[in-house]
Design a protein around this ligand. Structure first.
Ligand code: F6R
Length: 612
């Protein structure tokens, strides 16, 4: 979704804004713009399309002596991607500008009212309303005018405001859309996400809903949007560094992040399995053993790839912790009757911790009395602040739009939680749980060893698959969600139509799609459902489907079924989802790359979906 960057300090602002926007590109966008303060007025540049277009437009101003400004990447919601609709948006005078991420739901009523009062609009966006509304209330106190305007607005916003009447000053405000501020001794920053701040500072402040900030060089003050009451905020130190958000020699962030998975899993597990006893230690979980022991049901809520992690966790939790588990897509969860109470534990899974539907789901669940835990990758993100407890995945910044290392780290965190709950509920013998903990560490090492070999093998195979029109992924049991994940990865980055199915479900409809043109990637490890999976594969072969099998080393039967087999070492059956994800990610990546797709920024997609 849209990206915001703002800066006031001693540096020349245009390069800071462009660099910040580059760091936010991964959020997804279709146009970009920036504005800076110069010679008592505001200078605005905008361009539809990629950031290079904006960079070309501002090329001659790169070294301009301006030290305060705002930048924005727009992911269209109201109004097509175009020059006129690109942010920043101005008031009638052009002396005040706004950048915004979110949706102003009552914009049409406000627009009519403002038009009737003589305001002239130049775009179709909801955001422009805000610029004119602030203009209506502005005398000489910018924060007061912003507060008055926001009081009239329904919906979500992260906004940055710049006014020619208050040089070196930026006003920021947030409601349901992420906004993080950065501080150092001489400068102040605002951004939609942490990676944009990392080149300058790791000292950040997360604005909460209905909070505002006034930024001047090196000084930020905070106030309530509702009544202007001043607020004190805590600084959080971010452990990530700027290099972690670079490609480091890889062609794409996605590939780098695929290769970072063994380390991300180790980092997620590390220090959380107590040596000798194998007990799991989750210090930020925020839920005492007695509370967990009293839980009667778990509801897992997430979107997209994180939802696939939830589907895997259902198998684990029901098997090892002997507790009933529901899994919901957050956008469905929030709009149905919820049978949730204080005996239900709701676990929200999210890389970003900002996904609008997942966030709304935890708010609903809390209001109904449920305990809420979040499995999250971003320290200090909204979900981590609103949940009763957190299990952080320590995957480091994930920049590729297609989630990879966050997914396998979520699986690792969910597996740790399963072992923890199994012990608390006395659902499985301690030795067995300790053995499973060790198996989790082992799988990270196996992935590390296999990754380069798999990539080489897949690069060859891809020649036979890259021009497919459709693709099926199938798996059973723990690998069914991985089939869904494989299909999602392929469709989102290569634009090939792909579906994931439980292998046993094929004959209930999808098998009608099978012919000699249809590639089917089947995940068939030697596990407890192996024989059933092989029968499904035979059914595909009998209908001339093009089989690409992924199975266990030494399983010669697979190569009698097709030439295209990817063999993986045997790991503990429970950990197969982590291992079998890797070939699914790589096949998607190599196909997309071979097709010349924009792997890291696929069309229409945003990394962090902060509107519903
Ligand atoms: C797919 C992908 C998305 C996200 C989804 C949830 O590769 O990345 O499906 O998984 O938008 O995002 P988070 O995990 O940030 O809540």
């Amino acid at each position: 979704m849209c990206g915001i960057i703002g800066y006031t300090g001693p540096r020349r602002v245009v390069p800071v804004l462009l660099e910040g926007l580059r760091k936010l590109e991964y959020r997804g966008y279709d146009s970009a713009g920036l504005v800076y303060f110069l010679d008592g007025g505001l200078v605005k540049h905008r361009a539809p399309g990629k950031l290079e277009k904006l960079a070309a437009v501002v090329d001659e101003q790169i070294g301009v002596a301006s030290f305060c400004g705002l930048g924005h990447t727009r992911w269209a919601t109201h109004g097509i991607p175009s020059l006129d609709n690109a942010h920043p948006h101005s008031d009638c005078s052009g002396n005040l500008v706004v950048v915004h991420n979110g949706i102003i739901e009552n914009y049409s009523t406000l627009r009519q009212e403002l038009r009737a009062r003589g305001h002239r609009f130049t775009s179709e966006t909801d955001t422009e309303v805000l610029a004119h509304l602030i203009e209506e209330y502005l005398t000489d106190d910018l924060p007061a005018a912003v507060r008055a305007a926001l009081a009239r607005v329904d919906g979500s916003y992260a906004v940055g405001v710049l006014w020619a009447g208050a040089p070196k000053t930026l006003v920021a405000a947030r409601n349901h859309s992420p906004l993080v501020l950065g501080v150092d001794a001489e400068a102040s920053y605002m951004a939609s996400d942490i990676p944009a701040l990392l080149p300058y500072t790791n000292q950040v402040i997360f604005l909460d809903d209905r909070e505002m900030a006034v930024l001047t060089p090196g000084v930020i003050t905070y106030q309530s949007v509702d009544d202007g009451r001043s607020l004190r905020k805590q600084v959080t130190t971010i452990e990530w560094n700027a290099a972690m958000a670079e490609k480091s020699g890889f062609r794409h962030f996605m590939l780098k992040e695929i290769f970072e998975q063994p380390q991300a899993i180790i980092n997620t597990v590390s220090g959380r399995i107590v040596p000798d006893t194998g007990r799991i230690d989750l210090p930020e979980i925020g839920l005492a053993d007695e509370v967990l022991a009293g839980i009667e049901r778990i509801a897992l809520v997430a979107c997209g790839t994180s939802w696939h992690a939830a589907l895997v966790a259902k198998y684990w939790l029901e098997k090892w912790a002997a507790i009933p588990v529901d899994v919901d897509i957050a956008s469905e969860f929030r709009y149905r009757r919820l049978l949730i109470n204080e005996r239900v534990l709701v676990i929200a899974i999210s890389q970003s911790g900002e996904t609008a539907d997942t966030l709304a789901s935890i708010r609903l669940a809390s209001a109904l009395g449920a305990r809420v835990l979040t499995i999250c990758n971003v320290v200090g993100s909204t979900m981590t602040r609103e949940a009763d407890g957190v299990i952080y995945t320590h995957a480091g910044p994930e920049i590729g739009v297609a989630s990879t290392k966050a997914f396998t780290s979520q699986l690792a965190a969910l597996f740790l939680f399963t072992l923890h709950l199994a012990r608390v509920r006395d659902a499985a013998p301690a030795e067995q749980l300790a053995e499973l903990g060790q198996a989790l560490i082992d799988v990270a090492r196996v992935i590390e060893r296999e990754l380069p070999l798999l990539q080489t093998r897949i690069q060859v195979l891809v020649e036979r698959y890259y021009d497919s029109r459709d693709f099926l992924f199938v798996g059973r049991g723990l690998n069914f969600p991985i089939a869904l994940e494989g299909a999602l990865k392929l469709k989102e980055i290569s634009y090939i139509h792909a579906e994931g199915y439980a292998a046993g479900e094929l004959k209930h409809g999808p098998i009608a799609l099978i012919d000699k043109e249809m590639p089917v990637m089947a995940l068939v490890p030697r596990d407890s459902v192996y024989r059933k999976s092989i029968s499904n594969v035979e059914e595909i072969k009998a209908r001339q489907g093009r089989l690409l099998l992924v199975g266990t080393q030494g399983d010669g039967h697979l190569s009698s079924l097709t030439d295209d087999v990817l063999y993986l070492p045997e790991v503990h059956e429970e950990l197969n989802p982590l291992l079998y994800t890797i070939p699914a990610q790589l096949i998607a990546y190599e196909i997309a790359n071979r097709r010349g797709c924009d792997v890291d920024q696929p069309r229409n997609l945003a990394k962090s979906v902060t509107v519903e």
